[in-house]
Design a protein around this ligand. Structure first.
Ligand code: ATP
Length: 261
């Protein structure tokens, strides 16, 4: 990885950029994953590169939904692994351990490279061997999401196919819609509040992946200790359309009031 000095004002952003480039070199990320990352960076600028209170509401509702879920699955793609592999494993450990590889550009080679990326970390490998973490969607993606072309719609029976709640960081709109049409509750993480994914999801967290995953884990830990009725209330009081509207006015007010030096 190229050296990025910690004192650089854009340290975190540059580091994430390095991580996606490295994932591309390792055959984990498709080239299009770089442009998807760039779109995310642009929206993060507009948001102010911090977790807003509006996103926090979505994070809390998502945590409640994941705690109440019977068979939650975390869907991952190249960008997610590039940026937040360890954080995703920590999150999965608080749930049922199910992580499913779900690629837009699925090739056997990328699937194997992703498996390798998990197993080269001895800590994660041990967790997979101990069944604390289940890496699905590689050798067992033999079910099909209806109304999607065959490669993009391949899923694991034990994973997304039979899940009730799917967490999809950086998903595309088509697949989100297809999952919702299958009756799944879809929680997406997407910095773009205007995307089809954001609008089609049950809950959209408009925040940067590496900022919000640890927060989601923190609230899941907390919510596991509280009454289920209380969790249902958090979900009932949440309105995704309203949340996205709030996010858009937040961005627009931020821009209107911005002073350039
Ligand atoms: P859609 O099909 O949902 O309308 P899209 O064409 O933008 O949207 P993709 O390009 O597949 O879909 O998705 C990439 C999305 O992920 C973008 O909306 C981008 O804002 C978002 N994104 C990229 N990097 C991050 C990140 N680090 N954290 C959160 N979101 C991100």
């Amino acid at each position: 990885m190229t050296f990025v000095p910690k004192t650089h004002p854009r340290y975190k952003s540059l580091l994430n950029r390095e991580k996606v480039v490295e994932a591309l070199d390792k055959g984990i990320l498709a080239k299009a994953g770089l442009t998807a990352h760039g779109r995310g960076e642009a929206f993060d600028y507009l948001i102010g590169e911090e977790t807003t209170d509006i996103a926090l509401k979505s994070i809390k509702a998502s945590a409640a939904m994941l705690v109440l879920a019977e068979n939650p699955v975390i869907s991952i793609n190249g960008n997610t692994i590039a940026l937040a592999k360890e954080e995703i494993v920590q999150l999965a450990e608080e749930l049922n351990g199910k992580i499913e590889v779900n690629l837009f550009y699925r090739t056997k080679e990328r699937e194997e490279n992703i498996k390798k990326a998990f197993e080269e970390d001895s800590n994660i490998k041990e967790k997979i061997e101990d069944n604390k973490i289940k890496l699905l969607g590689i050798d067992d993606a033999d079910k099909q999401i209806p109304n999607l072309d065959s490669l993009r719609g391949k899923v694991s029976e034990e994973g997304i196919y039979s899940s009730d709640v799917v967490l999809v960081p950086l998903e595309d709109g088509d697949r989100t819609e297809a999952l919702v049409n299958m009756g799944k509750k879809v929680i997406s993480i997407d910095l773009n509040p205007l995307s089809r994914t954001a609008r089609k999801s049950t809950i959209t967290i408009v925040d940067e992946l590496t900022r919000c995953i640890p927060l989601l884990t923190k609230y899941i830990k907390e919510y596991k200790k509280i009454d289920k009725q209380e969790l249902r209330k958090i979900i009932d009081e949440y309105d995704n359309k309203e949340n996205l509207k709030e996010m858009l006015s937040y961005i627009s007010n931020r821009l209107k009031n911005m002073e350039l030096e």
